[in-house]
Design a protein around this ligand. Structure first.
Ligand code: DGJ
Length: 736
C-alpha cells in the first residue's frame, strides 16, 4: 500500500523530501553541513535539483569553504539563519554567550524521523488524531564552539497540506546563553513576483485585508502589545499577482501563539524573498541555563494551488480537526443571547430573570451574563479581581438565575476578565504588588485597569483556584474570557535583572498554563475567547477555546469585511457573530433585520440586543430567524465555507456554505448600496459540482453546476438599504 505521508532522506543527494498527496517540501543538506530550502509546492515524486541556480562568486560574499568561493550563505535559500555567518539578511536565531559574543556557527549533526507529532513544551499545538498518520523530521545542528544545539522540527499529517514547524534551542555547555531571537520558521523562496497578504486592524475594525507587492528591503508586521492584537494577527501569505480567491498559488504562514509576534518579508539584492515568523524579538531575551531547552511556538505553513479559498480550507480543516479542543470541534454550539449591548453594566437579578424567560420563549439556548455582575462594578473603573457576586444587583447570588434557566430548559453563561485588576478592588488592596510594573514607575492604566503579573506562579495558582471554585460552585455551561487592554510596564518582581526580557513570553506561558488546567478540569464548559472583540484572536487561544468574539463592532456592514477577513484564518464555527440592535451602537447605521440576521447566520450565530423591549414585528422576525437558523445550523456548522465576492474590493460581498458532497449550498449575497445603473449582479459559484444539476430553491430555476460555475447566476438587484439575497441550491437527480 502506498504511504499516505512520507519523509525521505536521500543519502546520495543529501535531500529531505516531505510529502503527502497534497504537497512536497524539499531541503538539501549542502556539504553535509548547511540546510538549504529547495522546493515547496505541488507533490513531486522525485527531485534532482532542476531549479538550482548556478553558483556565482560575488564580491562581499563570505566564503564558507575557501575552495568553493561561489558558495556563500548570502546567496543560498535557507531554513534558518544565525547572524554573522555570511548571511546578512534577517536572522531567525540569535544567541549570545556569557562573554557577550554572538554564537551560532550551526552545522548539521544528525536527524531523525518519527511517527509522532512534535509538541513544544508548555505551548498550544496541533494535536495528532487517533487513526491518522503523522510524521516528524527533527534535524539537529550543533555549534561546537559554543556548545549549543538547534533542532528544527517539521511535522506533517496525512490529510493536510500543512507543515508544522518549530525550533528548539538547547544549551549543551556549562554556562548560560541568552536567546535573543528564536523565530519558529524561516524560508527563503526563489520564486519571483510574489505578493504579500497580511491583515491589519484595530478595535472594532479587525481583519482588514492588505495585499501588496514586495519590493527590495524588509517589511514586517507584529505585536509588542503582550497579545497577538487586532492590529496584526500572526499570519502572512505569499501569492502571485494572478492568485484569486479560487485559483493560483498561495503559501501561507500562521503562528500558534497569542503574545508578541513578528512576521517579516525581505526581498534581497538577488530578488530572493525571505519570510520569517515567530516570537517578536523586540524586547525578548531568554536566559538558557546549561541543560535547558527553549521551545518556539509552532508555525503552520500551508500550500494551496487553489487560491485563498484553498488555503482557508486547509486552515479550517486543520484547526477543526487538530487544534480546537477535540470535545468541541464537532459539537453544536448553543444559540446564545449576550447581555452586553442589552444592559451594559446595568445588570440585576430582576432583569436577568426576565431575560431568561423571554430568551427561552424566543428559542435561545444560552443566556450569557456579561460584565457588571461582580464586586461593586457599575462601570469600568472598579472590581476586576473581586470575582464575587455583587450583592446589590444579585441579592440572592447566582443560583436563582441558574435554577430558573434550568427550569426554562436553557443554559447559563458568564463573563470573566481574569487577567486584570482594578485599582479599586479588594484584590489590589490586598496585593498591590500583583500587577505588572517596573520599579519606580506608576503603571499605566488602560480601560481603567492594570494587568496581573501572570509570569508569577502564585498568581496563576490563585486564578486557577478562584475559577475552579467558581465553576464547581455554579453549574455554568459557558465562560467568556475577556482581556480588554494591552500590556504596558512589562516588569515582574520575580524576574531578576538578567531575565527581564522574558516577561512577555512568560506571561503567555502563564496564561496557557491556566487555560490548559482549567479547560481540562471543565471539559464541558464552552469557553469563548475575547479581547475587546478580536484583540487576541489567534490559533494559540483557539487551542483552548473553540470560539472567539471576533469584534466589538456588531454593525452588519462592517462585520461583512471583518468576518470575511477572519475566515481566511479560521472556520466560521470559531467566529462568533451576533445580531444586534438598530441604530447600531458602534456606527449608528440602521441596517434592516434581514441583513443583520444573514451576516451572522453562516458564522457562530448569537444575539445581543434588548429582548425585553421588542416590538411585535421585531419579535416575529427573531422567532422566524431562530427557527430557520435551527433548521440550518447543523448544515452550516459542518459545511465548507467559501468566499465568493470580496467586500475589500467591490460594492458587494458574498460567501457560501456547501456540504462536502456539494449537493446543497447556501449562498449569502450582500450589497452595500443600491445602484440604479446595475441591471443585474453576476455571481459565479465555483464550488458546485460541475457534474450535477441544481435547482435554485428561491426561484425554482434549474441549472447545471457547470453553468453556474462558468457562466454564473444573474441576481436581480433588490431595492432598499443594504439589500441581501440568500439563495439555496440543491442538487437534483433529474437531467436538464
Ligand atoms: C469587551 C467585549 O468585547 C464585550 O463584548 C464586552 O464583554 C465588554 N468587554 C465588557 O466589558
Amino acid at each position: 500500500m502506498k504511504e499516505k505521508i512520507n519523509i525521505r532522506y536521500d543519502d546520495k543527494h543529501q535531500t529531505f523530501h516531505l510529502s503527502n498527496r497534497k504537497f512536497s517540501y524539499i531541503m538539501e543538506l549542502r556539504e553535509s553541513t548547511w540546510l538549504l530550502h529547495r522546493y515547496w509546492g505541488p507533490k513531486l515524486s522525485a527531485y534532482y535539483g532542476s531549479n538550482q541556480p548556478a553558483a556565482v562568486k560575488r564580491t562581499f560574499a563570505a566564503a564558507l569553504i575557501p575552495e568553493i568561493p561561489a558558495f556563500s550563505l548570502e546567496m543560498e535559500p535557507q531554513e534558518f539563519s544565525c547572524p554573522h555567518q555570511g548571511d546578512y539578511r534577517e536572522p531567525s536565531i540569535t544567541l549570545r554567550r556569557e562573554d557577550g559574543c554572538l554564537a551560532g556557527r550551526m552545522q548539521y549533526k544528525s536527524h531523525e524521523i518519527t511517527d509522532t507529532l512534535h509538541v513544544p513544551t508548555g505551548l498550544p499545538h496541533i494535536r495528532p488524531q487517533e487513526g491518522k498518520s503523522v510524521k516528524t523530521l527533527s534535524i539537529h545542528f550543533l555549534d561546537v564552539v559554543s556548545s549549543i544545539q538547534l533542532t528544527l522540527h517539521y511535522s506533517i499529517l496525512e490529510d493536510s497540506a500543512a507543515i508544522i514547524r518549530s525550533a528548539q534551542i538547547t544549551n549543551l555547555g556549562n554556562s548560560p546563553i541568552w536567546v535573543e531571537r528564536a523565530l519558529s520558521a524561516l524560508i527563503d523562496t526563489i520564486y519571483s513576483q510574489e505578493q504579500l497578504v497580511t491583515f491589519y486592524g484595530t478595535h472594532q475594525k479587525e481583519f482588514q485585508l492588505s495585499r501588496q507587492d514586495i519590493s527590495h528591503g524588509r517589511f514586517s508586521i507584529g505585536s509588542v502589545r503582550g497579545a497577538s492584537s487586532p492590529q496584526y494577527p500572526p499570519f502572512a501569505a505569499l501569492c502571485t499577482p494572478e492568485t484569486t480567491e479560487h485559483t493560483g498559488d498561495v503559501r501561507a504562514f500562521q503562528l500558534i501563539y497569542s503574545g508578541n509576534h513578528h512576521v517579516s518579508a525581505e526581498r534581497d539584492q538577488y530578488n530572493h524573498l525571505r519570510i520569517a515568523i515567530g516570537i517578536q524579538p523586540d524586547g525578548f531575551c531568554w536566559k538558557l541555563l546549561p541543560g535547558e531547552s527553549f521551545h518556539t511556538p509552532q508555525a503552520v505553513l500551508t500550500y494551496s494551488s487553489q487560491g485563498f479559498n484553498g488555503m482557508s480550507q486547509e486552515f479550517h480543516k486543520l484547526f477543526s480537526e487538530h487544534l480546537f479542543p477535540p470535545q468541541w470541534s464537532k459539537r453544536k454550539r448553543p444559540i446564545l443571547l449576550n447581555s452586553w449591548e442589552m444592559c451594559y453594566f446595568d445588570v440585576s437579578e430582576e432583569k436577568i430573570l426576565r431575560v431568561i424567560q423571554e430568551a427561552a420563549e424566543l428559542g435561545f439556548e444560552l443566556v450569557v451574563l456579561d460584565d457588571g455582575w461582580f464586586g461593586h462594578r457599575s462601570n469600568s473603573k472598579s472590581s476586576l479581581g473581586d470575582w464575587t457576586v455583587n450583592p446589590e444587583k444579585f441579592p440572592n447570588g447566582l443560583m436563582p438565575l441558574l435554577k430558573y434557566a434550568k427550569e426554562k430548559g436553557i443554559q447559563f453563561g458568564i463573563w470573566f476578565e481574569p487577567e486584570m485588576i482594578s485599582i479599586d478592588s479588594a484584590l489590589m488592596r490586598t496585593h498591590p504588588d500583583w500587577c505588572a510594573q517596573i520599579p519606580g514607575y506608576t503603571p499605566l492604566l488602560g480601560r481603567n485597569q492594570l494587568v496581573l503579573d501572570l509570569t508569577r506562579q502564585e498568581i496563576q495558582d490563585y486564578l486557577l483556584e478562584m475559577l475552579t471554585n467558581f465553576l464547581k460552585a455554579y453549574p455554568i455551561s459557558y465562560v467568556k474570557w475577556d482581556m480588554n487592554r494591552h500590556i504596558t510596564d512589562p516588569g515582574s518582581q520575580d524576574l531578576p535583572q538578567d531575565r527581564t526580557g522574558e516577561f512577555f513570553h512568560r506571561y503567555i506561558l502563564g496564561l496557557y498554563r491556566i487555560l490548559e488546567e482549567l479547560t481540562a478540569r471543565f471539559p464541558d464548559v464552552l469557553f469563548e475567547n475575547c479581547s475587546s472583540g478580536g484583540g487576541r484572536f489567534d490559533a494559540g487561544m483557539s487551542f483552548y477555546m473553540p470560539q472567539t468574539w471576533c469584534s466589538d463592532n456588531t454593525d452588519a456592514l462592517d462585520r461583512q469585511a471583518i468576518q470575511y477577513g477572519a475566515s481566511y484564518l479560521f472556520p466560521p464555527s470559531a467566529i462568533t457573530a451576533h445580531v444586534s440592535a438598530v441604530p447600531n451602537h458602534q456606527t449608528g447605521r440602521q441596517i434592516p433585520f434581514a441583513a443583520r440576521a444573514a451576516v451572522s447566520s453562516a458564522f457562530n450565530m448569537g444575539y445581543e440586543l434588548n429582548i425585553l423591549e421588542l416590538s411585535s414585528e421585531d419579535r416575529g422576525q427573531i422567532l422566524t430567524h431562530l427557527a430557520e437558523y435551527k433548521a440550518e445550523q447543523e448544515f452550516l456548522f459542518h459545511g465548507e465555507f467559501y468566499r465568493l465576492h470580496s467586500p475589500f474590493t467591490g460594492n458587494d460581498c458574498a460567501w457560501m456554505v456547501a456540504n462536502i458532497e456539494k449537493t446543497r449550498a447556501i449562498v449569502y449575497f450582500f450589497v452595500r448600496e443600491y445602484d440604479t445603473a446595475t441591471l443585474s449582479y453576476l455571481l459565479k459559484i465555483p464550488y458546485l459540482n460541475p457534474e450535477k444539476n441544481y435547482v435554485v430553491k428561491n426561484t425554482r430555476q434549474h441549472f447545471s453546476g457547470k453553468e453556474l460555475i462558468c457562466a454564473g447566476l444573474a441576481i436581480q438587484p433588490v431595492q432598499g438599504d443594504y439589500p441581501i439575497v440568500k439563495l439555496e441550491l440543491n442538487a437534483e437527480d433529474t437531467a436538464l
